[in-house]
Design a binder for this molecule. Structure first.
Ligand code: FES
Length: 241
C-alpha cells in the first residue's frame, strides 16, 4: 500500500511525496526521486543523461564531485554522486571538473624535496592551515596535513596521506588559498615512486612478463567477456588484506 509523507512547503507550493520517494532539487529544479538512490541514480531518474561527471560509479575515479545543501543546515556539503545517497530536501549540483592549470614537468629532472614543490606548485605555500580542504574531502583524507607535509618537503608523507585521493578536486574548489591539493599529491606520489621507494624485484619481473606478452591471451579473453561474468570475476578476486 502506498502512503504519503508529510506535505512540505517549497516556493509557496505544498509538495506531497509518495512513500519511499523524496524531494530533491537538481541544479535548482524540483524532482521527486527514490529515497535510497545515490545522487547519480537520482539525476538519471530525473531524466538527465550524465555525459561528463560519471566514470567508475564505484567511488574510485573522482569524476562525480558534487556539492549540496540540506534544509535547515547552513553548511555546503561535498560528496561523490555515485556513493552519496539523496536526502529529503537536498539541493545539489554536480561539479564534474574543477578548472586548474596542471603543471608539466620532467620527473627525471626533479628532486624529492621541498625545492620541487616550490618550483612546480609554488601556490602550495599560500596554505593558511584553515582545514577547509580536509572538511571538503569526500574520502575523509587529512588534506591539510599533507599540504603541510609538502611545505616541509616531506614528500613520502604526502604520498602516504594522499594515497586514497580520487582527484575529484573538491578540496581545491573550497580552498581559500587557491591551492590544487590533489595535484600536489600526485606530484609527491610520482616522486616517491621514482626516488624514495626501494626497487621491487617482483615489479620488475611482472613488467618483463607484460613486455614478453605473457598475458595477451588473458587480456583478449577479458575484452570479450560478458559484463555479468566480468563483474563476478572482479568482485570474487583475491584482495590483499
Ligand atoms: S563515478 Fe567514479 S567516483 Fe563517482
Amino acid at each position: 500500500m502506498q502512503t504519503e509523507n508529510k506535505p512540505r512547503e517549497e516556493g509557496g507550493k505544498r509538495q506531497r511525496v509518495r512513500a519511499n520517494m523524496v524531494n530533491v532539487y537538481i541544479m535548482g529544479k524540483h524532482h521527486v526521486v527514490p529515497e535510497h538512490a545515490t545522487i547519480m541514480r537520482a539525476i538519471e531518474y530525473a531524466g538527465h543523461q550524465i555525459i561528463r561527471g560519471a566514470g567508475c560509479r564505484e567511488g574510485f575515479c573522482g569524476a562525480c564531485g558534487t556539492i549540496y545543501r540540506l534544509p535547515g543546515d547552513y553548511k555546503l556539503h561535498t560528496g561523490l554522486a555515485c556513493t552519496t545517497l539523496v536526502k529529503e530536501g537536498m539541493s545539489l549540483t554536480q561539479i564534474p571538473s574543477v578548472p586548474m592549470e596542471k603543471a608539466v614537468y620532467d620527473l627525471e629532472k626533479l628532486t624529492p624535496d621541498v625545492n620541487t614543490i616550490l618550483q612546480v606548485y609554488p601556490v602550495t605555500f599560500r596554505c593558511v592551515a584553515c582545514g577547509t580542504c580536509s572538511k571538503a574531502c569526500p574520502q575523509g583524507l587529512p588534506v591539510m596535513d599533507y599540504i603541510q607535509a609538502a611545505m616541509r618537503g616531506d614528500i613520502a608523507e604526502v604520498a602516504d596521506l594522499s594515497f586514497d585521493c580520487v582527484a575529484c578536486g573538491l578540496c581545491a574548489l573550497r580552498c581559500p588559498a587557491e591551492i590544487i591539493q590533489h595535484e600536489v599529491g600526485v606530484l609527491c606520489k610520482r616522486l616517491t615512486g621514482r626516488y624514495l621507494r626501494k626497487e621491487s624485484k617482483e615489479l620488475d619481473e611482472r613488467l618483463q612478463q607484460i613486455r614478453d606478452r605473457r598475458f595477451d591471451a588473458e587480456y583478449a579473453e577479458l575484452m570479450v567477456m560478458d559484463k555479468a561474468v566480468l563483474s563476478k570475476l572482479y568482485y570474487d578476486r583475491d584482495i590483499e588484506p
